[in-house]
Design a protein around this ligand. Structure first.
Ligand code: ADP
Length: 457
């Protein structure tokens, strides 16, 4: 806290003034009388002249004393200086209050004084506009014309001004701001809209993608219906072939809708940690059994290790089954014919050990942590790793893998898939406070790893 000046005490000031004046008067009188006495003794002045001079000096000093120590005058001087001190104190207090208020705001805020200087700015505003030092002129630290114009308008008396601006950087940041008059200056407060804008963009993107993905099979279906009604009406062979394709398109739409629903279900509960336990070993066995026909059809062998004894993790069985299903399904789908898919499960490891086991086994591979560890100090963990000997994924594509509808290349997109499988895996793993890792070497294959906290016993 700054020390504020205190109001002076009138009686004390009078006493001090009187004491000073009496001392001055005494000194002057003593010197003058002494001089007169010396002059009279030395015969340089007459006795009558000496007495007259002494009376004159005494009168002068008395008048001076009472004339200068006038209580009314001192009181009025005192009043004026007290008012000035009070005004100063009030200004200092207001300044402190504004500074504390602005510091307390979580979003960028600053106060520009009547001289156009930044009187106070909180840490968020200083970070945003990258300025240090006290009381800089606004236009020296802020280059945004929208902000400078709004402040100028408010200073001209235009009332509160709302405006938005985009800070172009590596990732654009959107701000909605208000400049409002406060005292003799202007308060500027900013609200970061970046997350809202991003969510809006993601929603628009998602709707566009989902409609596009659904429209493609739908267009193909209506095309075939038209052909069947027209040119192929009497061609049983063509009809059979077209109906098979139509079946494929209808299956694709069904898969899409089912994946979209899974995704929206999991997104709804993502912030809520799962309750309950599930045996991951049992889930792995069940999923691999269910995918056996698909693997056989593609000539792919699925080998499992570590799933003979229960591996109890904290989680929802159906959601974990979806994770295992999507990873093993991808491994089978993207495997070369006669390839081998390896599913390895290990329980009771430290979280770091489990992460290394699940997704850090190939030194020469591109690595990516799609869902990062939620932090240190976690319970024992289980590691699941699904490895294939498929085409692998180039390093530069790894960061985009769990984006909705993202497919690495159109050629691979020909295999039945929705581009939503890994997005679902990501959200389930996030909800389960787990980790999702991938490593891949083009030409050698890919490995997707999941780390999950073990159930507390
Ligand atoms: P999809 O339904 O297309 O398989 P995913 O979200 O499961 O969608 O996967 C997204 C993309 O990631 C796939 O289209 C594919 O390009 C790539 N991918 C996923 N798993 C593998 C894998 N095991 N091997 C090679 N590429 C893969």
């Amino acid at each position: 806290m700054t020390n504020l000046p205190s109001r002076p005490n009138l009686t004390g000031r009078l006493a001090a003034l009187a004491h000073g004046r009496a001392r001055d008067m005494g000194t002057i009188a003593a010197v003058a009388i002494g001089t007169v006495v010396v002059l009279v003794i030395a015969g340089q002045a007459s006795w009558a002249g000496g007495v007259f001079a002494i009376v004159a000096v005494a009168t002068f000093c008395t008048v001076w004393f009472f004339g200068t120590v006038d209580p009314a005058q001192v009181a009025s001087q005192d009043e004026a200086s007290a008012a000035a001190v009070e005004a100063q104190a009030r200004i200092a207090q207001e300044r402190l209050f504004r500074r504390d208020l602005i510091e307390a705001l979580p979003e960028p805020a600053m106060y520009i004084d009547a001289q156009g200087k930044v009187e106070s700015a909180n840490a968020a505003a200083r970070r945003q506009f990258r300025f240090v030092g006290a009381d800089p002129v606004l236009s020296a630290v802020v280059r945004r014309p929208e902000l400078l114009d709004a402040v100028a308008d408010v200073r001209r008396g235009a009332g509160p001004q709302r405006f938005e601006f985009v800070e172009r950087a590596e990732t654009d940041r959107y701000f909605s701001c208000v400049a409002a008059p406060l005292g003799a200056g202007v308060l500027v407060s900013m609200h970061d809209l970046t997350d809202i804008k991003r969510a809006e963009l993601a929603r628009v993107d998602f709707l566009a993608n989902a409609s596009h993905e659904l429209r493609t099979p739908l267009t193909s279906l209506s095309g075939f219906i038209e052909t069947l009604r027209g040119p192929a009406r009497d061609d049983p062979e063509a009809r059979e072939r077209f109906l098979e394709i139509m079946q494929g398109q209808a299956d694709r739409m069904r898969r899409l809708i089912s994946d979209l629903m899974s995704l929206s279900r999991i997104e709804l509960v993502e912030h809520r940690p799962p309750e309950g336990e599930a045996d991951l070993a049992d889930v792995v066995r069940e999923v691999v059994d269910a995918l056996e026909p698909l693997a056989a059809e593609r000539g792919v062998e699925v080998r499992v290790t570590g799933a003979d004894d229960p591996v109890m993790v904290t989680g929802i069985r159906d959601e974990l089954a979806q994770v295992v299903q999507n990873l093993v399904d991808n491994a089978v789908k993207y495997s070369n014919d006669k390839g081998v898919v390896q599913v390895d499960l290990v329980g009771g490891m430290s979280s770091d050990g489990a992460a290394a086991r699940a997704g850090r086994q190939w030194d020469d591979a591109g690595h990516m942590s799609i869902v990062a560890s939620p932090g240190p100090g976690r319970a024992m963990s289980a590691a699941l790793r699904v490895t294939d000997a498929g085409p692998g994924i180039e390093r530069q594509y790894l960061p985009r893998l769990s984006e909705r509808f993202y497919r690495v290349d159109p050629g691979r997109g020909l295999r039945p898939g929705t581009g939503l499988g890994l997005a679902i895996v990501k959200h389930v793993v996030q909800r389960h406070r787990g980790e999702l890792l991938v490593e891949s070497v083009p030409g050698r294959g890919s490995a997707f790893g999941v780390v999950l906290p073990m159930a507390q016993r």
